[in-house]
Design a protein. Structure first.
Lengths: 239, 283
């Protein structure tokens, strides 16, 4: 019998390994279609490992279902083709290619829509349009983050996964990134799963929040619930 | 003097074509393919077999040579390199052994003697004390056309960009839906084709013999080491440095020493600038 669930992404009992060391210990979470879900937690909690596991980039056990289909063990390229976009930690851009070429690589799986999607990305990040030819290796952190999000967008994924979008960025740029993410969610109908160390940023943007510590989920709830949680306030806001 | 310059230019064009297939594999797969010289040797011997043994037209000779270069490149990658992917040293050892095995096979089939190849184009260009064989001029033009085509392919096509992406950031390429193995395979096929094409002209420039894979391999290694790069433009520049150096050595000192200076250059650059003169390893 098919489960009564609207979740676009379902993770159950996920364990991930680096060599022999286990770095995730039985993670479970769901991402509803159309929502923004934030994962917060300190450095080394396993946030990037969790996201890498969804994309099939680590050795993982357990179950991950995307739109009802199990994707554990599938090659990463196939997972991307199913409709998951990823803006990973540190971007992993192509430093000696210009902005436009970086974005076009993001459309590798959908060559026919490349020009159309390029226009969408430039609409979200007009600053990139004027720097089309600049090599991303020479750009500022904020611009690189925009290219990274833009590249993930180029395949028009149903689920966009973003690892620490604000890391190392000035507050003004963080605001730009936040509004771009919100527009992707509301105007483009994209479901978003993101990680953050910046708790305020995540609380501000996400519907649901999960707190990850040392490879386990300690706390889950809606952003509203967690904002008033004494445990979380103590741990992250220091008041 | 003008004569030496033109000779140098023509030889450099051929060297650029020799080296670029090798540097592509280095920049995309991060491995040194020491069997690369075999593609060059194979190109020469296959053209010779097709044209001088079987009597096929020259165009058939080229097709035969390039097809065998592609086939050998693809086989080297799928049978050997893909299994050793995470271990560059193992790839180097395995490809070097492969080259020696192929040398033995060539000796077995074609005997250990040198064979001379007919030039692809007959005749000598003479003008006011300048004389260059048409063969070398054609080699130069073909090299430039092939290199320009390669550059356009890599910069402006979807697959070319995907190959570049793998060379610059493998993870970035994977999350864009690109299969690095597929791009590696394409690179090895292109490399085999370019090597074999260069091999036809190289064999007519020198001679066919079972150890002819060594010289071009040293040139190709020199281009990677001296340039420190897998960039196509960079390969062109370094190929010209080496080509002119060898031509001047031959003209002004002694023909026997020309390869020696290339090797000295490799060692000097390794000591002085271990990352190479341009210090970049992406395509």
């Amino acid at each position: 019998m098919k489960r009564q669930s609207m979740a676009l992404l379902e993770i159950e009992n996920l364990e991930a390994f680096y060599g022999r060391a286990r770095s995730l210990h039985g993670i479970g979470l769901e991402v509803e279609a159309g929502s923004i879900v934030g994962i917060i937690g300190p450095n080394g909690a396993g946030k990037s490992t969790l996201l890498d596991s969804i994309l099939g980039l680590t050795k993982a056990k357990g179950d991950i279902r995307f739109d009802g289909t199990s994707i554990v063990g599938l090659p990463s390229t196939k997972i991307v083709r199913m409709g998951i976009g990823y803006a990973p930690e540190r971007g992993h851009l192509f430093p000696f290619m210009g902005v436009r070429d970086n974005l076009l690589v993001g459309a590798h799986t959908v060559p026919k829509d490349a020009e159309k999607n390029l226009a969408t990305v430039y609409g979200l990040f007009p600053a990139l349009k004027s720097r089309e030819r600049q090599e991303t290796g020479t750009q500022s952190g904020g611009e690189r983050q925009m290219v990274s999000l833009g590249r993930a967008l180029m395949s028009r994924p149903r689920l966009l996964i973003v690892d620490e979008p604000t890391i190392g960025l000035a507050p003004k740029i963080c605001g730009d990134i936040a509004s771009a993410l919100r527009r992707m969610n509301q105007e483009l109908g994209m479901t978003i799963l993101l990680t953050e160390q910046n708790v305020n940023f995540a609380m501000h943007l996400a519907n649901d929040i999960h707190v990850l510590e040392t490879g386990e989920i300690r706390l889950s709830g809606s952003a509203g619930e967690l904002r008033d949680d004494p445990q979380l306030r103590e741990a992250y806001f220091g008041n | 003097m003008i004569n030496v310059l033109i000779q140098g230019l023509a030889l450099s064009g051929l060297y650029a074509l020799l080296a670029v297939g090798f540097t592509m594999i280095f920049s995309v797969g991060r491995v040194l393919n020491l069997a690369y010289g075999v593609y060059i040797m194979l190109g020469g011997y296959m053209y010779y077999t097709a044209v001088q043994v079987l009597g096929l037209p020259k165009i058939g000779g080229f097709a035969f040579a390039i097809a065998s270069g592609i086939a050998f490149g693809v086989l080297t990658y799928t049978i050997l390199v893909r299994r050793l992917e995470d271990n560059p040293v193992a790839v180097e050892i395995a490809t070097l052994i492969l080259a020696v095995v192929m040398q033995s096979l060539i000796i077995l089939i074609y005997r250990p003697v040198s064979k001379s190849m007919w030039p692809v184009v007959q005749g000598v260009f003479r003008y006011e004390g300048v004389f260059v064989t048409y063969n070398l001029l054609v080699a130069m033009v073909v090299s430039w056309v092939a290199l320009a085509g390669l550059l356009l392919f890599v910069r402006y096509t979807r697959y070319g960009r995907a190959i570049q992406a793998v060379s610059m950031d493998r993870k970035g390429a994977v999350i864009s839906g690109i299969d690095p193995r597929q791009m590696n395979l394409a690179t090895w096929a292109i490399s085999g084709a370019l090597g074999a094409l260069a091999g036809v002209f190289f064999a007519t420039y020198t001679q066919l013999n079972p150890s002819m894979w060594v010289g071009p391999l040293i040139v190709a290694v020199a281009v990677v080491v001296v340039g420190g790069i897998g960039s196509i433009i960079g390969s062109l520049i370094v190929a010209h440095i080496i080509g002119f150096m060898e031509t001047f050595t031959t003209a002004l000192i002694a023909a026997e020493l020309r390869g020696v200076f290339t090797m000295i250059l490799i060692i000097v650059v390794l000591v002085v600038a271990p990352k190479g003169l341009f210090g970049r390893s992406e395509l």
